[in-house]
Design a protein around this ligand. Structure first.
Ligand code: PLP
Length: 380
């Protein structure tokens, strides 16, 4: 009798998905190497943590943990709507923005349709698209030699890749893992030209950090572009990555569709309360943004001075060119042994690079000191 292969019962597209590679958890490195003093600069989390007000709100919410959450997320939607100048009916809450990205793919893609995204885009887009059986159209990124935005999204080429079968275009602004961004005027031109039969998913996970870069605010374009969905998260600047809260703002009809297919209780009560309190604590966001505004250029400068140039970044991370895949792997290994977790990006086809989250000043200093030690001992 032949061996049973129940996995083969899944669709071909699902079986061929390469699973997402997350940043190494601190606990895992502690187990592997017996280290205690570990810092993680691998997942673009906020090194200042969550707002104390959010922590207090979550602690209070724990007392009600036995009650199902408000499946409609009424209070958080009201707060978000007031903050964003949108209507609650335009909002879809998700278990992280990842959930919202997957909902968009599930709602709009079927076999026979197409989704367009850029080479080196955030890894969840290919995963979400592939699971639906739709065709992924991967548009080559700008070349590494590009004068202003190496490895960035090529918007003209992405527009040219849109066909009558294209239901979704994914754009990350700024993009992870490259950090590269698109300026507001370029996005406006793109939105004006993309056909109404294609929904543009504008992923602004790093929106709070990107204001200085001239990325614009996707929400401004919702009124004039019913085929736009702007996706944001509480995982990054708001420091609530473990809670899993994100949202889309879109035309109410798009929100209606997404709300039909989401799980009835896809955002838990602790997360709803934490996000609401975090949203109200603008001082914490200002501190977090100021930290990155000061430390990202310092990290970029110091890495470049060590022969490890970084791509331009509008996020809370930099993509550093280590020279070769072997050197990147060796540096990653040395950093792990020194208790610093950064992110190898070979799964993105960027094995010569390491992605480094901007940490607190002392964390960045520790990273740089370890790099110095490695450089002194590293083979040329
Ligand atoms: C560009 C981008 N979009 C979306 C996400 C998903 O974040 P979350 O699901 O935590 O909201 C990330 C996380 O790394 C990201 O970098």
């Amino acid at each position: 009798m032949s061996e049973p292969h129940p996995g083969a019962l899944a669709s071909d597209s699902v079986r061929h998905i390469a699973p997402y590679t997350p940043g190494k958890p601190v606990s895992e490195l502690a187990r592997e190497l017996g280290l205690t003093d570990i810092i993680k600069l691998a997942s673009n989390e906020n090194p200042l943590g969550a707002s104390p007000a959010a922590i207090a709100a979550m602690q209070a919410a724990l007392a009600e943990a036995w009650v199902y959450p408000d499946g409609g997320g009424h209070a958080l939607k009201q707060a978000l709507a007031a903050r964003l100048g949108a209507a609650p009916a335009q909002l879809t809450l998700g278990n992280g923005s990842n959930d919202v990205l997957v909902l968009l793919a599930e709602a709009f893609l079927t076999p026979g349709t197409e989704a367009v995204y850029s080479q080196y885009c955030f890894a969840v887009y290919p995963l979400a698209v592939q699971a639906t059986g739709a065709r992924a159209v991967v548009v080559p990124a700008l070349p590494a030699t590009h004068a202003t935005m190496p490895l960035g999204h090529d918007l003209d080429a992405m527009l040219a890749a849109v066909t009558p079968a294209t239901r979704l275009v994914f754009i990350a602004n700024p993009n992870n893992p490259t950090g590269t961004w698109l300026e507001a005027a370029a996005l406006e031109r793109f939105l004006a030209r993309v056909p109404a039969t294609t929904l543009v998913v504008l992923d602004e996970a790093y929106f709070e950090y990107a204001a200085q870069a001239g990325c614009g605010d996707g929400l401004r374009w919702l009124g004039s572009h019913p085929n736009l969905a702007v996706v944001r998260t509480f995982s990054k600047a708001y420091g609530l990555a473990a809670l899993r809260v994100g949202f889309a703002a879109s035309h109410p009809e798009v929100a209606d569709v997404l709300n039909r297919i989401r799980q009835p209780f896809n955002v838990n009560s602790i997360a709803l309360e934490g996000a609401r309190a975090a949203l109200a604590d603008s001082a914490h966001i200002e501190r977090s943004v100021a930290l990155v505004a000061a430390e990202r250029p310092r990290l970029a400068r110091e890495l470049a001075a060590r022969g490890l140039p970084v791509l331009p970044s509008a996020g809370n991370f930099v993509l550093a060119h280590i020279g070769s895949a072997a050197r990147a792997a060796a540096l990653n290994d040395a950093l792990l042994r020194g208790g610093v977790i950064v992110r190898p990006v070979g799964n993105y086809g960027l094995a010569e690079y390491l992605r480094i989250t901007v940490g607190r000043p002392e964390e960045n200093t520790r990273l740089l000191a370890l790099i110095d030690v490695w450089l002194r001992g590293a083979p040329a």
